[in-house]
Design a protein around this ligand. Sequence first.
Ligand SMILES: *[C@@H]1O[C@H](CO)[C@@H](O)[C@H](O)[C@H]1NC(C)=O
Ligand SMILES: *[C@@H]1O[C@H](CO)[C@@H](O)[C@H](O)[C@H]1NC(C)=O
Ligand SMILES: *[C@@H]1O[C@H](CO)[C@@H](O)[C@H](O)[C@H]1NC(C)=O
Ligand SMILES: *[C@@H]1O[C@H](CO)[C@@H](O)[C@H](O)[C@H]1NC(C)=O
Ligand SMILES: *[C@@H]1O[C@H](CO)[C@@H](O)[C@H](O)[C@H]1NC(C)=O
Ligand SMILES: *[C@@H]1O[C@H](CO)[C@@H](O)[C@H](O)[C@H]1NC(C)=O
Ligand SMILES: *[C@@H]1O[C@H](CO)[C@@H](O)[C@H](O)[C@H]1NC(C)=O
Ligand SMILES: *[C@@H]1O[C@H](CO)[C@@H](O)[C@H](O)[C@H]1NC(C)=O
Length: 479
Amino acid sequence: MEAIPSWLTQFPVILFLLTFLSHPIAAEELLKGFIATPDSSVSSFQPLLNDSVGNYSLGFLRVDRTQLALAVIHVPSQEQLWIAGKSPLARWSSQTRLSFNGSLVISDSHTGVLWSSYTDGSRVRLSNTSNLLIEMVGDTTPLILWQSFDFPYNTLMETQIFTSAMTLVSSNGMYSMKLGPDFIGFYSRFADNSDPGHLYYQHNPMEAKARVLKGQGPIRAMLNPDGFLGLYQNGSTPVDLQSFSTFQQPGTGSRRLRLETDGNLIGYYWTRSSWIVDFKQIPNLCDLPSSCGPYGLCQPGKGCSCVDNRTDYSSGRCGTSGGDFCGKKHGVLRRTGVELPNKEIMAYTIMSSLEKCERVCEENCTCWGAVYSNTSGFCYTIDYPIQTVVEVLDVTKAGYFKVREGARKDNKVVGLWIGLGLLCGLVLILGGVVLYKREKRGVKGYVEEEGVNGGVGPYKNLGSESFKSIELSERWRKQ
Ligand SMILES: *[C@@H]1O[C@H](CO)[C@@H](O)[C@H](O)[C@H]1NC(C)=O
Ligand SMILES: *[C@@H]1O[C@H](CO)[C@@H](O)[C@H](O)[C@H]1NC(C)=O
Ligand SMILES: *[C@@H]1O[C@H](CO)[C@@H](O)[C@H](O)[C@H]1NC(C)=O
Ligand SMILES: *[C@@H]1O[C@H](CO)[C@@H](O)[C@H](O)[C@H]1NC(C)=O
Ligand SMILES: *[C@@H]1O[C@H](CO)[C@@H](O)[C@H](O)[C@H]1NC(C)=O
Ligand SMILES: *[C@@H]1O[C@H](CO)[C@@H](O)[C@H](O)[C@H]1NC(C)=O
Ligand SMILES: *[C@@H]1O[C@H](CO)[C@@H](O)[C@H](O)[C@H]1NC(C)=O
Ligand SMILES: *[C@@H]1O[C@H](CO)[C@@H](O)[C@H](O)[C@H]1NC(C)=O
């Protein structure tokens, strides 16, 4: 045995080290001194830190081709779960870097620090529930100094605690979710209103097992691994429990809730190959705040059309909504058999007639419209740009809506035809130039080339404008 050189007994260790060095395993923590810059060849996501199982990853996410967000994603589905800071985003450029010096810091060599965790920790780790942790590791158990679960974006993960100090915001920035003293509130931002926006949906606790006690502290919400969204006040007995269709389903699934771009809160359950929907906070399409877009009419069980029955919904959108009508002319659109989605939570005043209800709105330039019920006398004034109203069979309910003058759809259509005409003209001109060039080839081709490019400019812009309006209408169609 003594003949065997001592280094040979170490062989397995050396082999292990060699394997380790040539095939680096997924980084499971970032230590002080860590620096990363975005790789220009990456088109969607550049992983920097994985959890112990490899389900989740922290990395650079490419947004709109040129921008960068520091994000946590679910690896198998590429769903993004968390984003550092809401705006502005960094650039996807070698000037941008992520560093860890006790704080996780995103900085740009030109504009400086864009986002920071403002901590003094010793390592960064991603938990097996996707929680990004900055910890201080000492002699005892690691101390958590900062966690991404305290700063949610649009998603809540299993066991993540949502407190009254937090807000979920949909990725289009239009909707938010916050806890009130004894309810979950959903708010929209159709105009630049002050915080928190317009309350469009409210969920009140059932209080089956425990009651919300006034003055006994705020409530909190948690997505329970057993398949429900619980509301809690003190202790672990929920004051409310909204169970999902996978309630208490055995298995090692994983859950998430996301505030979607249509204002709904959707629950998803991971089946090991895909996410299935197992919960919708607002089950009916027509109860969403803008299910059919501005000036849309939602017909329960049927789908979308327009408040103005002369506009075809399939044309893309029913109307344009925007800022208030102060100092601007407006037209009027009326429709019977309509009411507001979730009128139960809307404020109203009692008026003796539809005319009086309309007049209150007519005289106020920060009123966008009014909906009146002849039977109850309830007059709802709309203090946000008109979105979607709901069709009802009751014709004693009537709506009055201000519409923007000069922003009528008809003008858009005319504009589109003019644009198409110009484009056809351009094609003819270009065709002519190509023919002309062919004849003159070799004589003054270079000069022609320049001349043609110069002439294309304005038409190109026009082309991109109509492209933009198509994109916009696509957006509304999707909503
Ligand atoms: C994290 O896991 C992905 C595969 O899911 C792998 O491509 C990547 O290299 C890992 N990242 C790190 C930093 O190890
Ligand atoms: C970490 O770096 C940032 C940005 O360069 C700096 O503002 C901060 O003071 C540093 N923090 C520590 C603990 O050194
Ligand atoms: C996740 O980590 C916790 C401890 O941090 C552990 O108890 C649990 O079993 C882990 N779950 C999975 C699925 O690995
Ligand atoms: C609930 O918690 C609040 C503070 O968090 C405390 O003041 C109150 O006494 C608690 N109530 C009960 C019934 O435990
Ligand atoms: C996490 O990884 C484990 C093991 O690969 C897998 O069984 C489980 O489905 C994964 N969970 C999620 C949410 O991806
Ligand atoms: C559109 O509505 C107006 C007024 O409500 C009504 O007079 C007209 O008949 C309707 N037109 C169609 C095509 O339904
Ligand atoms: C005008 O309407 C807005 C929103 O409905 C309301 O807040 C405001 O008090 C109204 N102003 C007047 C003068 O009635
Ligand atoms: C509204 O109600 C009044 C009496 O309550 C009735 O005279 C009137 O015809 C109703 N108008 C409509 C449009 O239903």
